[in-house]
Write a protein that binds this ligand. Structure first.
Ligand SMILES: Cc1cc2nc3c(=O)[nH]c(=O)nc-3n(C[C@H](O)[C@H](O)[C@H](O)COP(=O)(O)O)c2cc1C
Length: 236
């Protein structure tokens, strides 16, 4: 047993300062730091300690080559949307049919971000460019890919959530920022062979990691949250 963490200020700050950063500097992240983040995050809980996470760290040439491959396909889809049919996610991240209140929050988020970036409704070219920033890891020098064994159950995705958040919070403790990215999921057929994943592996998501570009307007985007009283039922 370890003692209580007395510094709630530091713990809360690490959690609260995490945000989806969408512009990074080129400043490299030492391998030792990435390894430490992953080691700390591996303390995340998982059902019967199954630890279903598997992480691929892409830097340098492997990162750049993946960016090039995926951006090329993304551009080809923009030119010929019929090609989209060849790229399918391996699990439903979002519902097939959206409904309130989630659709409203999604819209608020999307238009808030686009508004900040000066992207108007119907501005397909600018939307494409912004979407493609995902496939450049928002210029972060470190790209992470997370996979899970296909044989595992839905609960392993729950376990994965605890791990991903732990990665993002441990990153904050070291001055790093992150952006979790489901955008990559549709390109799993390109990504999995690129990273050398086995046939049993499914892509859970990607993540950009690095030092935030403090001057970038996109990083001033702060998202709201529903108040505790709205999502909590107190049963006394
Ligand atoms: C699993 C997961 C996948 C996400 N995928 C993307 C993505 O592909 N691209 C992106 O720009 N943001 C992505 N996000 C970031 C969310 O949009 C963001 O977390 C949300 O709007 C709340 O904002 P905040 O993280 O800044 O607090 C993802 C978040 C999660 C948890």
């Amino acid at each position: 047993m370890t003692s209580t963490v007395s510094d709630s200020v530091a713990v809360d700050a690490a959690i609260s300062s995490r945000m989806a950063v969408r512009a990074f500097t080129a400043r490299p992240v030492p391998r030792e730091t990435i390894s430490e983040v992953l080691r700390v995050a591996s303390r995340a809980p998982s059902g019967t300690n199954t630890q279903p996470w598997k992480v691929y760290v892409l830097q340098g040439a492997s990162r750049d080559a993946l960016v090039e491959k995926v951006c090329k396909v993304h551009d080809a889809i923009q030119a010929n949307p019929a090609l989209l049919a060849d790229y399918k996610e391996q699990y439903d991240y979002y519902p097939a049919k959206w409904f309130s209140p989630y659709i409203d929050r999604r819209r608020e988020n999307g238009w808030g971000l686009y508004g900040l970036l000066g992207i108007g409704k119907g501005d397909r070219e600018k939307m494409h460019v912004q979407m493609q920033r995902n496939f450049r890891f928002f210029d972060a020098p470190v790209g992470l890919m997370f996979t899970v064994d296909r044989g595992m159950g839905r609960g392993s995705l729950l376990d994965y959530g605890t791990f991903l958040q732990s990665v993002m919070v441990a990153a904050r403790g070291r001055g790093l920022h992150t952006c979790p990215q489901q955008a990559w999921n549709m390109f799993n057929s390109i990504i999995l062979p690129h990273i050398g994943a086995g046939d049993n592996e499914m892509l859970v998501c990607g993540m950009a990691m690095g030092y935030a570009d403090e001057a970038a307007a996109v990083n001033t985007f702060h998202t709201p949250r529903v108040p505790v009283e709205q999502f909590t039922t107190w049963l006394d």
